[in-house]
Design a protein around this ligand. Structure first.
Ligand SMILES: Nc1ncnc2c1ncn2[C@@H]1O[C@H](COP(=O)(O)OP(=O)(O)OP(=O)(O)O)[C@@H](O)[C@H]1O
Ligand code: SF4
Length: 262
């Protein structure tokens, strides 16, 4: 049930492993820290890692009178989480369902979860442009306030996949809020020096070419990697980090967008 949701943010990536779940969870945590009511929906059926990242692996979802009740990270219920991972016995249980069963499950997740009034619903989607993607997109097309953030890494191959993702979004009519470049250089935890291990700037130039907003570069930061499994927000634990700045700036953009109703 999405009637009580003001704004839906899809987090997309052209391929797996680029940090989509890290971005989805840190975005949801930053929104919560900034005082918004947030839902995080993990429909990445290939690798539902959100319960692990938020340290909610032993939690269960249950059916309430109004629908499935999300798992709340905090007593105040400011961040509710729903993931296919809650239905699996262990994180390593691969979801081997075939297409129709997967799409039915995603549809159910979009329609039958009882979200209380939310400012933002962040959706961690499966990588690529698969059937699951199309189901998510088709169901979200009708929501007036739905937009996408695309996550990429600086390398050429990832960028090529992102081009396909942009074309896909444009075809489905979902507005793209912008591009984030993750794993953009290695940030030394001791001196904060950032070293570009591979190339850099690919995400930014792709944003320019595609006439999209560039939402920032997130470096590889081992401290951010270590937050996974603990459910902690980089903006709170590492307030002086580049990661914290990028997420705070992104939330400022999102806050303005719901204020303006755009
Ligand atoms: N900026 C970063 N700094 C340090 N580690 C990172 C960063 N981004 C991601 N990671 C680490 O890289 C790994 C992959 O990240 P994540 O699970 O977020 O990617 P994904 O794109 O969601 O992958 P999948 O497609 O498998 O779901 C994780 O171990 C995560 O902790
Ligand atoms: S300056 Fe270089 S060697 Fe020194 S702590 Fe930073 S990255 Fe490590």
């Amino acid at each position: 049930m999405l009637e009580n949701v003001k704004s839906v943010i899809l987090v997309l990536s052209g391929k797996g492993g680029v940090g989509k779940s890290t971005v989805s969870t840190q975005l949801a945590l930053t929104l919560k820290e900034r005082g918004f009511k947030v839902g995080l929906l993990d429909v990445d059926l290939c690798g539902p890692s959100v319960p692990y990242i938020l340290n909610l692996e032993n939690e269960n979802i249950h059916q309430g009178t109004d629908g499935w009740v999300p798992v709340y990270l905090d007593k105040e219920q400011r961040l509710g989480v729903m993931s296919i991972g809650f239905l699996l016995k262990t994180r390593n249980d691969a979801v081997v369902w075939r297409g129709p069963k997967k799409t039915a499950m995603i549809k159910q997740f979009l329609e039958d979860v009882y979200w209380q009034d939310l400012d933002f619903l962040v959706i961690d989607t499966p990588p690529g442009t698969s059937d699951e993607h199309i189901t998510v997109m088709e169901n979200l097309r009708q929501i007036p306030q739905c937009s996408a953030i695309i996550v990429t890494t600086p390398q050429e191959v990832a960028i090529e996949d992102v081009r396909k993702e942009i074309t896909f979004c444009r075809k489905t009519g979902i507005p793209i809020l912008g591009i984030i470049e993750n794993m953009s250089g290695y940030q030394c935890p001791t001196c904060n020096e950032c070293t570009n291990i591979f190339s850099s700037g690919g995400g930014k130039s792709l944003a320019e070419i595609s006439k999209l907003q560039f939402l920032g570069c997130l470096p590889i930061d081992v401290r951010v990697g270590k937050l996974a499994g603990q459910g902690l927000a980089a903006v709170k634990e590492l307030p002086d980090s580049t990661t914290s700045k990028v997420f705070n700036d992104l939330v400022t953009v999102l806050a303005e967008s719901i204020q303006n109703g755009s």
